[in-house]
Ligand binder design. Structure first.
Ligand SMILES: Cc1ncc(COP(=O)(O)O)c(C=O)c1O
Length: 398
């Protein structure tokens, strides 16, 4: 291999400055260790263990058989946009017209589109943290500055207005509100959402409200879309999708909803990114919204049972966590094991063959926390927690 910038690495030498070298080595190292072990119980990724419900798969097959093989309108097929608008109205009290909805290749593409549309070099973007770090990458890509807004276990990881306020500057343009959040499962309560709305209006902030986990809310928590608060619709972009609620990660469908004057301007950039979300996938998404919802409810019930089990297991070990009101993650303070979270995760993997990810992969530098996703059948989670307890006890005793 030649040195960086050498004649034999012309691509590397001439790459754009916006490409930042990220330290992915820990994740890679964990996956490599896992690959060399048998019978690893993987509770690291945020990908449901359930298959996509059969009627959704059937709808995609029918679309393929009906020759739905072509480009669609860049914003998506009208039937799907209509169904999304209906769902937003029914579930969250949000009123959007069909032309205020843009279907994208997952929420991931909506995030890129939002930043492309809003960020100028030097603009600061406040992001609920610990966080889904795609936001950092997208902000960076357009020359913006990601500004993490920390959340704390003592607040059950809800986003606190005082933490937002403390980070406001002349350059602050956007607040990314993620509730329920990844990796904490935290749901920011409705009264706090109203305070954040008041603050956003007072400081003229744009809010990107990522609600991809909003249909996975458990007892003890309540979701309020900030776009439904008076005065917020005009300054909010709502993101939501199908990956998490309908176990459709691989289909790549998500969407954004925002006032018409803005969405009209996004049609061309949306076309530039990928023209449209894959056509058969859009028909699958349509079936997800318009078909029976029992599968969604059954998956949510299963997650609720697993979540209760995990909380009990952590309580039994004396490890604390923030109340996980939604999503499918438990964010546990594993410092009670006597190890910082990266060391704990590595030990747990090598000795217990359970794969979890430390908070550092979610922008949390404290090294106190570990994310567990409960996306394995309950008996496997029970087995994982037996192994977990064995490792913890051995090391605490040692
Ligand atoms: C908060 C959050 N937003 C967006 C996404 C991306 O989801 P999609 O599969 O719809 O692109 C994820 C995926 O983990 C997520 O956790």
């Amino acid at each position: 291999m030649s040195a960086v910038g050498g004649a034999r690495d012309p691509l590397l030498a001439r790459r754009a400055g916006r490409l930042i070298e990220e330290d992915v080595s820990f994740r890679t190292k964990m996956l490599e260790i896992a690959a060399g072990l048998d019978d690893v119980i993987a509770m690291g990724r945020g990908d449901p263990d359930f298959h996509t419900p059969a009627h959704i798969v059937e709808a995609a097959k029918r679309a393929i058989d009906a020759n739905e093989h072509h480009y669609t309108h860049p914003a998506g097929i009208p039937q799907l946009r209509e169904a999304i608008a209906d769902t937003l109205s029914r579930e969250y009290g949000l009123r959007y017209d069909l032309d205020e909805v843009i279907v994208t290749a997952g929420v991931q593409e909506s995030i890129t589109l939002c930043m492309l549309a809003l960020i100028e070099p030097g603009d600061e973007v406040l992001i609920t943290s610990p966080r889904f770090t795609t936001y950092d990458q997208a902000v960076h890509a357009f020359g913006g500055v990601p500004v993490p807004v920390p959340t704390f276990e003592s607040d059950d990881f809800a986003l606190m207005p005082s933490e937002i306020e403390a980070r406001l500057t002349e350059r602050t343009k956007v607040l990314v509100l993620v509730s329920p959040n990844n990796p904490t499962g935290a749901v920011t309560p409705p009264d706090v959402i109203r305070q954040i709305a008041e603050l956003a209006i007072r400081h003229d902030l744009i809010v990107i409200s990522d609600e991809i986990y909003a249909s996975l809310i458990y007892e003890g928590a309540e979701h309020l879309s900030i776009a439904a608060v008076d005065g917020m619709r005009e300054r909010t972009i709502v993101l939501n999708g199908f990956s998490k609620s309908y176990a459709m990660t691989g289909w790549r469908v998500g969407y954004m909803a925002a006032p018409k004057a803005f969405t009209r301007m996004l049609i061309d950039p949306r076309h530039m990114l990928s023209i449209n979300a894959a056509t058969p996938s859009q028909f699958a998404a349509l079936a997800a919204l318009t078909g029976p919802q029992d599968a969604l409810v059954a998956m949510r019930d299963a997650y609720a049972e697993r979540r209760a089990f995990l909380m009990q297991a952590m309580d039994g070990l004396g490890l604390t966590y923030g109340f996980p009101g939604g999503a499918f993650y438990l964010y546990t303070n594993t410092s009670g094991t006597g190890m910082l979270s990266p060391a704990f995760c590595e030990t747990l993997l090598r000795e217990g063959r359970v794969l979890l990810f430390p908070g550092s992969l979610f922008g949390d530098d404290s090294d106190l926390y570990t994310r567990m996703s409960y996306l394995q059948p309950l008996p496997r989670i029970e087995e994982a927690m037996d192994r977990f307890a064995g490792v913890v006890e051995r090391h605490r005793g040692g």
